[in-house]
Design a protein around this ligand. Structure first.
Ligand code: LMR
Length: 392
């Protein structure tokens, strides 16, 4: 039976990691998978996390199982940042559980939605390719609509049409901030409208918040999620700490559920625990425990927020420099200046992307997505020059 299985292509995005690693050119540029890099091109462990890990090693006296919900100190410690410090549980209507990274959280969110009867998920495209892979794997139908217009704005008309076509009981996946791959986020007034539309239509929002703090700040980046939660009775939030705590390979995430009636929350969460048990049983502990230690300690929290601020400021600088490049052929580089997060998309053809890789050692996703943080003062001019040569 196993020998009948057709070979599957490697995940295109993850394959870039290896392609770039194997390229011997010293001046190669990695704009592929979404990891933050410093101005020196490194992805160091946050010093707040290093300190928390040292404390964890020192004080942890057991590695016995915690249960499918994971480290609830971690899960609850994040809630004021996501849902607001005033009433993070919204009157006891929100609870969460740990998940293996953002992917685990999205998978849990979609599986829980399916278990609750959702058959279709509406989603602006392009999106993170793994969203569609997760829907396919869970056998849930995806209904795509355009996320962005040609001139680089959120395509609200397409979203309005999608909501018009959707049926009560469908879900809609929304990126909370730092849209992956376009960098094009909704403005506050657009979130107001989306929240009202989704609530009126009775759609279940699946909010994917994987980059909180990498856009405009921890509070500003939660605006959309909070606005939607204000408007609807129920929602699921998939959260990732992979980027904003730099814990990528440790797989640190959480899934949160908001219900209409607090009394029903334990029953809903019990379905989440059952799904976790059948998928991964329990999430990996180490990274989440380190985040909990950071969040429990005011000094470490301040240090973490400071490090996050440094990352944000560096990406803003890179975006400003890219925006100065103006127009390069069909590419309006100025638009990159107002986009958010690690990613932006360049309207490049497959041939142009291949030429950038073959002739200049520049690695980017096949969609034309670039990781802004892969650019440094040392390589940004070479990148712009290569773009001019290939696409200008
Ligand atoms: C990305 O989009 O590059 C990241 O979210 C990494 C991943 O898991 O795909």
């Amino acid at each position: 039976m196993l020998s009948d299985l057709a070979p599957q292509p490697a995940d295109a995005l993850l394959a870039l990691i290896k392609l770039h690693r194997d390229d011997p050119r010293a001046d190669k540029i990695d704009l592929g998978v979404g990891v933050y890099r410093t101005g020196q091109g490194d992805t160091p462990v946050f010093s707040a996390i290093k300190a928390a890990e040292a404390r964890l090693v020192e004080t942890q006296d057991s590695k016995a199982y915690l249960g499918p919900e994971g480290d609830m100190g971690f899960v609850r410690g994040l809630m004021p940042y996501i849902f607001g410090a005033d009433d993070p549980t919204r009157g006891g209507r929100i609870d969460g559980m740990q998940a293996p990274g953002g992917t685990g959280a999205v998978r849990l969110a979609v599986a829980l939605a399916k278990k609750a009867g959702v058959g279709r998920v509406w989603m602006g495209t392009p999106s993170w390719p793994n969203h569609a892979q997760i829907y396919a794997d869970l056998d849930i139908e995806m209904k795509p609509f355009a996320h962005a217009t040609k001139n680089g704005r959120a395509d609200m008309d397409a979203l309005r049409v999608a909501v018009g076509l959707a049926e009560r009981g469908d879900a809609m996946l929304l990126h909370g901030c730092c849209h992956n791959p376009t960098g094009i986020d909704y403005a506050p007034a657009e979130w107001d409208e989306i929240a009202a539309l989704v609530a009126d239509k009775g759609l279940l929002p699946l909010l994917d918040l994987a980059y909180q703090g990498l856009g405009e700040g921890m509070e500003a980046d939660a605006f959309g999620v909070r606005r939607v939660l204000d408007a609807v009775p129920e929602a699921i939030v998939a959260y990732s700490c992979d980027k904003n705590f730099g814990l990528y390979r440790d797989r640190v995430g959480a899934a949160y559920v908001m219900v209409d009636d607090a009394a029903l929350l334990p029953a809903v969460m019990s379905n989440g625990y059952a799904l976790a048990r059948a998928n991964w049983s329990m999430p990996p502990d180490h990274g989440a425990a380190a985040v909990r230690i950071v969040l429990e300690d005011a000094d470490l929290t301040a240090q973490w927020l400071d490090e996050l601020g440094t990352m944000r400021a560096r990406m803003a600088k890179v975006r400003a420099r890219l925006a100065e490049a103006g127009r390069i052929g069909a590419i309006d580089m100025a638009a990159l200046g107002s986009q958010h997060g690690l990613f932006s998309m360049l309207p490049l053809s497959g041939e142009q992307i291949a030429a950038l890789r073959a002739d200049y050692g520049i690695y980017m996703a096949g969609s034309g997505r670039i990781n802004i943080a892969g650019l440094t003062t040392g390589n940004i001019d070479a990148f712009i020059a290569a773009l001019r040569a290939v696409a200008g």
